[in-house]
Ligand binder design. Sequence first.
Ligand SMILES: O=P(O)(O)OC[C@H]1O[C@H](O[C@H]2O[C@H](CO)[C@@H](O)[C@H](O)[C@H]2O)[C@H](O)[C@@H](O)[C@@H]1O
Ligand SMILES: O=c1ccn([C@@H]2O[C@H](COP(=O)(O)OP(=O)(O)O)[C@@H](O)[C@H]2O)c(=O)[nH]1
Length: 455
Amino acid sequence: MSRLVVISNRVSSPSKRAVQAGGLAIAMQAALSEHGGLWMGWSGKSSGARDPGKPIFREEGRVTYALTDLRRADIDEYYAGFANSVLWPLCHYRLDLTDYARKDMAGYFRVNRFFAQQLAPLLKPDDLVWVQDYHLIPMGSELRHIGVKNRIGFFLHIPWPPPDVFFALPVHETIVRGLTAYDLVGFQTQFDADNFASCLEREGIGRVLGDGWFEAYGHRFRVGVFPIGIDTAGFAQLAQNAVRSGSVRKIEESFRNRDLIVGVDRLDYSKGLTHKIEAFDKFIAANSAWQGRATLLQITPKSRSEVLQYATMQRQVAEFAGRVNGQHGTPDWVPIRYVNRSIGQATLAGIYRVARVGLVTPIRDGMNLVAKEYVAAQRSEDPGVLVLSRFAGAARELDGAILVNPYDIEAVANAIARSLSMSMEERRKRWKQMMDHLLKHDISKWCRDFLEALR
Ligand SMILES: O=P(O)(O)OC[C@H]1O[C@H](O[C@H]2O[C@H](CO)[C@@H](O)[C@H](O)[C@H]2O)[C@H](O)[C@@H](O)[C@@H]1O
Ligand SMILES: O=c1ccn([C@@H]2O[C@H](COP(=O)(O)OP(=O)(O)O)[C@@H](O)[C@H]2O)c(=O)[nH]1
């Protein structure tokens, strides 16, 4: 069997696993530990102005990690700059937040070339190369340029926007061209794949050959839809064990008979945090019976703080939460417990299990694994309710959730009230529908389906 070689910007670094937050690293860890292979990416560290040199190798289980530092200027221009100040807001339909600079764009291509040069000497002829996410779109063509002949696939974890949004990017054609260099390009949902196809056709860049095949710049490649999953059975087990642990018991006790609503999101504007807090505010104001009885535990680890838009938003979210607590809180009740640190997976699984509502309301999200984890963590006999934004990729699959438009604050407030008073029968029915789907479409299936298509 050919070896799997994954390259992603973020790697679930073996020593930092406990504090990891971010779906790509969590999902790839689960996929790779089952499949085995080589995982290359950024160490998360800066080498200052020095050349980072060769990657550092580490073995753990069936996975070999190859981690490389990046120069400070590379991190600023490639990661904080083009990837997270241009591609990320653009793909999350936030043109107003894009901050395009040619210097950052050049840094993005430079780092992609650097990663390709680091990876190429490690490849064996029959390795399957799988490139992950928007940080590394040009990797495929860089690898081809230096003579790599292996099969190379690409998976985009975030949404792909419609042409009118995407074409606002000054270098849109170069980016689209980057994707056409792969043998297989995977998206989270059919919407994303359709948007990408429209981009190809609208500019006359490529043509549809049918059955997922496309042709562009004289190259044929395939496009597919591969919704990412979680280790459903493993996560359910983790949650079951976690509620017996001291730390989860302590958290549960601290809520003393109050109903818990849980939100878990990186501190990112795509997650719709201010809208969520406004909706919770409205719910409390409109439902006096729940005052003093329901608490929102919002776990929100800081993310990408070096990017200006994130720093601004971090202040805004804290202010919103403070305002709601100041307005509705009483000496013995805080409506929103706002936590700015990352929580390990086991404790998180236990928290999901004791929460009556999972509140997942991004304004746009590639998939959203938190929604899937919340469902997997529930007790079959007494499950909680998932309130889910229709703009998360997960909404295409989780039809047992209460789907909401996060911009409609009153509708989200009503959905919270409805979830808290939903009958056991309805909760069980909705949960089973989602859990059956998640057990069938787990992370192993995602990995298997993509690799089969790539082969
Ligand atoms: O690496 P960071 O800059 O710290 O950000 C964390 C990750 O955020 C994004 O995650 C996406 O992938 C998830 C799994 O497919 C998906 O559920 C979610 O909707 C996406 O937002 C990003 O795409 C990753 O590259 C980052 O590592
Ligand atoms: O304190 C935290 C917050 C989040 N996560 C994990 O980070 C991932 C977030 O993935 P998601 O797809 O929901 O969003 P992303 O952050 O990748 O955009 C999930 O596996 C969460 O369990 C975690 O382990 N600890």
